[in-house]
Structure formats: structure tokens, C-alpha cells
Design a protein around this ligand. Structure first.
Ligand code: PMV
Length: 310
């Protein structure tokens, strides 16, 4: 049996501003992973859910999820292999469409498993290219954040038009990730920010530049040994995202609840108007912050440690 997995991701700082040329930082979120298992021979290639339901099969296009079938075919083409006659099973812990990079994680695990089954060695750069290609099936013009963080499984800083750079993390720190339960497609707030830039270019450009400055400060803090100093930067980043119009009453309530319960920092993470809030905690306040988030309406809460890395 061949198995492979890949983690979710969260954006720490800089969402939206990154679309307009400012830097952004994203980290892997290993508390949630997608797992792919190649279980054994079959009459033809079949990609199934954990429960056995058919997701995609090149021989049965009419019974396949069209996007997952396209993903599968893109991966086979990227690896330059014929469809093996095997049964592949997916078990993903990553909720879809809430900014966790679920599609990139599934594609990464699937590519790794198919490469391993075909006894192909595939380096991270080629894997990243294949996963990026699958991302355009789901997102049209992907920014490249999800595939890079998920494939390399490390914190990265992104600036449009440049290769992502490694983010040094001097000391580990703990985050709570709270799902607001609300969903909003990424393109809706992205379009709203673009419209604001047209209507009010001076004010909007200044907000985006302020977010960029926060990201630069966050990079310095991350490299040092006082990660709690990220907290005030998170609150400021959240306020600026609110001014851009991409927060929501629910996200504001969650950020506020986390702060009142003792979180060092909190902000929305990802495209906003729904999705997630991240809160910076330590052992002394983690349980209380989790409770406060729950009482403020969080539908699910996960805890994760961002590990130190040079
Ligand atoms: O929620 P996500 O992971 O889709 O976040 C999107 C991040 C944005 O900056 C809003 C858009 C982008 O393409 O970078």
C-alpha cells in the first residue's frame, strides 16, 4: 500500500495586500491534513472517498466530479505516466472553501502517492509546478501561496512576481484557528478591495501599504525570540482588513472575544467576510481563549504549534 499526505495552510499576515504587490506570510497548519492511499489493483484507475464513494475515474467521466477528474488528469500528465489500474482513497481533515488550501493539499498528497506508486522520484519544485497547475482548475488565476506552503511545508513570504522566500521562525508559538462557519468565495472580497482602489485610491493604497509595513515588522519578530510581540501586529492587521471592508460582524466578534480572554493577538485569516480567525495564545490562556471563541460562535476550533525553523 502507498500512502502520502499534505498539510493545510493559514495566512498569518498580508492577505489582500499581497494581491496589490505587498508581501504576505503563510504557514503550514499541520493539525489538519489530507491523506491519500493507493490500496491495490482495480480494473481501471478510480479515485474514491474514505467511505468508498467514487470521486473521479478517467473511464467514467460522467460519474466523476468534473474538477477532481481534471485534477487527476492534470497530475498524470504532469508526472508523464499512464493511469495505473489502482484504487486510490482520499481522507481529508481539511474543510473545503474556507482558506485552508484544501485543494492544494489533496493535489499534493495525490501527486506524491502516484509518483511513489510509479517509483518516480519527484523533487519539491516539480511537485509545486504540478500542484500549481491543478490550482488553476479551482481558482482560475491562483496566487501560488497555497501550493508553495503546502508542498514545502514551511513558512514562506510571498510578493507578487518574486519567488517565495523562507521565513525564519526563532521560537515556536501556538495558534488557535477558529472557523466562523460563514463561507465567502475568495473572489468576492478580492473584487470589493479592487473596487475600493478605483473609488478611493489614496485611502486604499495607504491601507495596503500599512499592511505591507506590518508584514515587514512581523518577519523581524518571527525571526526573534519573542513571538508574543506578533500579537499587536495581528490586531492592527485585522483593523486594517476591517477598513478594507473584508471583515464581518462575526469575525470582529471572534477577534474581540479572543482578545478579552487573553490572546496576545487575533485577526481574520484568508480572504475574509467568513472563513477563519487566528489567535496567538500560550498555555496560560489557550483554554480560556478557546472557550471564549466557542461562546462567540466559532463552529470549530483547532490548536496548532508553529515550529521554530531557520
Ligand atoms: O482564503 P484564501 O486562502 O483563499 O486567501 C486568499 C488570500 C487573498 O490575499 C485574499 C487572495 C490571494 O490570491 O492572495
Amino acid at each position: 500500500m502507498t500512502r502520502a499526505s499534505a498539510p493545510a495552510k493559514v495566512i498569518l499576515f498580508g492577505e489582500h495586500a499581497v494581491v496589490h504587490g505587498q508581501p504576505a506570510i503563510a504557514v503550514p497548519f499541520p493539525a489538519l491534513r489530507a491523506y491519500v492511499e493507493i490500496r491495490g489493483d482495480a480494473a481501471a484507475l478510480e479515485f474514491r472517498s474514505h467511505s468508498g464513494a467514487l470521486l473521479a475515474a478517467p473511464q467514467l467521466p460522467q460519474k466523476s466530479d468534473p474538477l477532481l477528474l481534471q485534477m487527476l488528469l492534470t497530475i498524470l500528465r504532469g508526472l508523464a505516466i499512464d493511469a495505473p489500474r489502482v484504487s486510490i482513497h482520499l481522507r481529508s481533515e481539511i474543510p473545503q472553501a474556507c482558506g485552508f488550501g484544501s485543494g492544494a493539499a489533496v493535489a499534493t498528497a495525490l501527486t506524491r502517492a502516484l509518483a511513489c506508486h510509479a517509483r518516480l522520484s519527484i523533487d519539491a519544485s516539480r511537485l509545486n509546478d504540478i500542484v500549481f497547475e491543478t490550482e488553476s482548475i479551482f481558482h482560475g488565476t491562483p496566487g501560488g501561496i497555497d501550493n508553495a506552503v503546502v508542498v514545502h511545508e514551511r513558512a514562506l513570504c510571498f510578493t507578487k512576481g518574486k519567488d517565495p522566500s523562507r521565513v525564519r521562525i526563532g521560537r515556536p508559538f501556538d495558534l488557535l484557528v477558529a472557523d466562523s462557519g460563514d463561507r465567502c468565495a475568495t473572489h468576492i472580497p478580492v473584487t470589493a478591495v479592487r473596487r475600493q482602489l478605483q473609488v478611493n485610491p489614496g485611502r486604499t493604497t495607504a491601507i495596503l501599504a500599512d499592511i505591507g509595513a506590518i508584514v515587514e515588522q512581523a518577519l523581524e519578530v518571527l525571526a526573534g525570540d519573542l513571538p508574543f510581540a506578533l500579537g499587536p501586529l495581528m490586531y492592527r492587521n485585522h483593523d486594517l482588513l476591517g477598513k478594507l471592508g473584508v471583515s464581518s460582524p462575526v469575525l470582529d466578534r471572534l477577534v474581540c472575544a479572543a482578545g478579552c480572554a487573553g490572546a496576545a493577538g487575533a485577526k481574520l485569516s484568508g480572504a475574509g467576510r467568513g472563513g477563519n480567525v487566528i489567535a496567538l495564545v500560550d498555555e496560560s490562556c489557550s483554554a480560556e481563549v478557546a472557550l471564549a471563541l466557542q461562546e462567540a460562535g466559532a463552529k470549530q476550533i483547532w490548536s496548532t504549534t508553529i515550529q521554530a525553523r531557520g
